[in-house]
Design a protein. Structure first.
Length: 595
């Protein structure tokens, strides 16, 4: 196939990789629907995919049982020095890592096709967008990238002869000997998997995994790890945040960006259906926000992605009706149950299932004792199919952010909502956010982990420098900086019951934030921040007793104090790189707690 571009750097890179990986064929993706259909037909024929008779143009894939989630232990930030990567990232000297990986890449595409996927993160032409090119030997990656990014010929046109792009090299790491039969989900064993980032040259090398964030390199690798480094250098922000627009009964619009650790309900909040009368919500993005200061001095956010790669289990008409409607057609499902009727199913989908084939390919019936879908089973669906997608979701200028929210999954201690006393305190709140781990990463064992700004697995440089960048952004934004809040939807009572109904009721929390932003309510100051004053929070129609509300909002100073040792240890790992302003925050926090 002749290359459909004259971009010299791109041609040279594809040539180099072809020589190293020795594929049987090279194919340049054009991004067309015909191409998508052809790949799907091929994968159905080879047994890699199942066409779902109940959902138009939708397919199911089963991964290898060892290749079901991101692998943080195998993810590397290969900056020039270990210190630049910081204590929270795995580091190997770039040349050493390249040497190891070149050894793995040598001949790794034998018997396979090398696909070149030109893609844009953000609408082509947006001043905030960036172009990447992924090379992969996985047709599953190609079809997913078609949904998750903007792929194809238009991107090559935008790139022209000399345009810059971020090279993203990916192989499943499973060469085929002549005549060898392929398996349904080729991948390499865990010790040969590498998800490598070379921030100093904006380069991504991924080897051995075909799954999600390890393999769809535009998402976590480019849009967060590499983009966070570029953003710091260029003075903008690349964050693990959903973006939504909330409109009040009076028609006033508020744009909110919220950071929660993986699998803590970002997609649900992004597609919220508020229960409070007159308030509406539209989704701009569910996972990543790229934000630049606009000509008016406000922070403007775009969603660099074009699709949703959501956690399937738990998604139902109760938890997220808009996601359920989004995935009715043209969607890809991975590691779900395929029912006897030719549909997909997962735990807590809210519909009965008579049985079918589970994510491992075994016959399955409910009550078997084992889960039918993997807890990190996913759907990939076009964002434009979301019934509440914001009409401006592709505005190249982005939407102006009024409010930042941080949070995590805490069954204890953290109240439903509190507000930062000022920008620096908000940075402290984000920096110290903690969560109980979920199924989105294979190898997280801790009971509670601090996940700064939900970026722990995604920050491409030293987290202490990242915090300094947040302080610097606050200085640049001044009075136009978004207000910062912290939420916890997951608190339980001492006898183990959820204290907050969540889902559509979360709109009430957002309403209080908007009213704070407008100065309509004042809140009350507590040692941890501002909280709703008596009567300020709209509980109309909620069957919640005063005692339950008090428990939900209870600030147990003893419990906060008990976490101070952990906080000190956490901060100490950054040594002298810890910003002075963060030290000051820790000191005033302790003082407010009365320590
Ligand atoms: C994701 C994640 O897939 O955060 O979005 O793990
Ligand atoms: Mn995510």
């Amino acid at each position: 196939m002749t290359a459909p571009t004259q971009n010299r750097k791109l041609l040279a890179w594809v040539d180099d990789v072809t020589r190293l990986c020795t594929p049987d064929h090279v194919y340049w993706c054009d991004g067309s629907t015909a191409e998508y259909a052809r790949f799907m037909d091929q994968m159905v024929a080879s047994g890699m995919a199942t066409k779902l008779s109940k959902r138009p143009n939708s397919y199911h894939f089963r991964s290898h049982a060892s290749d079901v989630a991101r692998v943080e232990d195998r993810t590397y930030i290969a900056s020039r020095t270990k210190d630049e990567a910081g204590p929270t990232n795995n580091w190997v000297a770039p040349e050493d890592l390249k040497q190891t990986m070149r050894g793995l890449y040598a001949g790794c595409m034998q018997g396979r096709t090398l696909y070149v996927i030109p893609f844009s993160m953000g609408v082509i032409g947006s001043p905030i967008a960036k172009i990447g090119v992924q090379i992969t030997d996985s047709p599953y990656v190609v079809v997913n990238q078609h949904i998750m990014t903007r792929v194809g010929t238009r991107v090559l046109q935008a790139l022209g002869q000399d345009g810059a792009f971020i090279p993203c090299l990916h192989s499943v790491g499973a060469p085929l000997k002549p005549g060898e039969q392929d398996v349904a989900w080729p991948c390499a064993p865990i010790e040969k998997k590498y998800i490598a980032h070379f921030p100093d040259e904006s380069l991504i090398w991924s080897y051995g995994s075909g799954y999600g964030g390890n393999a769809l390199l535009g998402k976590k690798c480019l849009a967060l790890r590499i983009a966070s480094v570029i953003a710091r250098r260029e003075g903008w922000m690349a964050e693990h945040m959903l973006i939504l627009r909330l409109t009040s009964p009076a028609g006033k619009r508020y744009h909110i960006a919220a950071a929660f650790p993986s699998a803590c309900g970002k997609t649900n909040l992004a597609m919220l259906r508020p229960t409070i009368p007159g308030w509406t919500c539209e989704c701009v993005g569910d996972d990543i926000a790229w934000m630049k200061i606009g000509p008016d001095g406000r922070l403007r956010a775009i969603n660099p992605e074009a699709g949703f790669f959501g956690v399937a289990p738990g998604t139902s008409y109760k938890s997220n009706p808009m996601a359920m409607d989004t995935i009715r057609e043209n969607s890809i499902f991975t590691n779900c149950v395929v029912t006897g009727q030719g549909d997909i199913w997962w735990e807590d989908m809210g519909v009965p299932c008579e049985g079918g084939t589970d994510w491992k390919g075994n016959p399955w019936t409910p009550g078997k004792g084992e889960k039918g879908a993997h807890p990190n089973a996913r759907f990939t669906a076009p964002a434009r199919q979301c019934p509440v997608i914001c009409p401006d979701w592709e505005d190249p200028a982005g939407v102006p952010i009024d409010i930042f929210i941080f949070g995590g999954r805490r069954t204890q201690v953290m109240p439903l909502v509190h507000e930062a006393l000022d920008w620096d305190h908000g940075v402290f709140m984000g920096a110290t956010a903690a969560s109980e781990p979920t199924a989105a990463a294979l190898d997280v064992k801790a009971k509670l982990r601090r996940d700064p700004m939900a970026m722990l697995p995604f920050c491409g440089y030293n987290v202490a420098d990242y915090w300094q960048h947040w302080f610097d952004m606050g200085d640049k934004l001044g009075a136009k900086a978004p207000k910062i809040f912290y939420v916890n939807w997951f608190r339980k009572s001492p006898d183990g019951k959820w204290l907050w109904p969540g889902f559509g009721e979360n709109g009430r929390v957002l309403k209080w934030m908007c009213e704070r932003t407008d100065g309509k309510v004042q809140g009350q100051t507590t040692p941890i921040g501002r909280m709703p004053a008596d009567g300020e929070f709209d509980l109309t129609g909620l069957p919640m007793s005063k005692a339950e509300w008090d428990e939900l909002m209870r600030v147990d100073l003893g419990a906060f104090k008990a976490e101070l040792t952990d906080l000190d240890d956490y901060m100490a790992q950054f040594g002298s790189r810890l910003p002075a302003r963060m030290r000051a925050q820790v000191a005033s926090y302790k003082q407010r707690l009365g320590d």
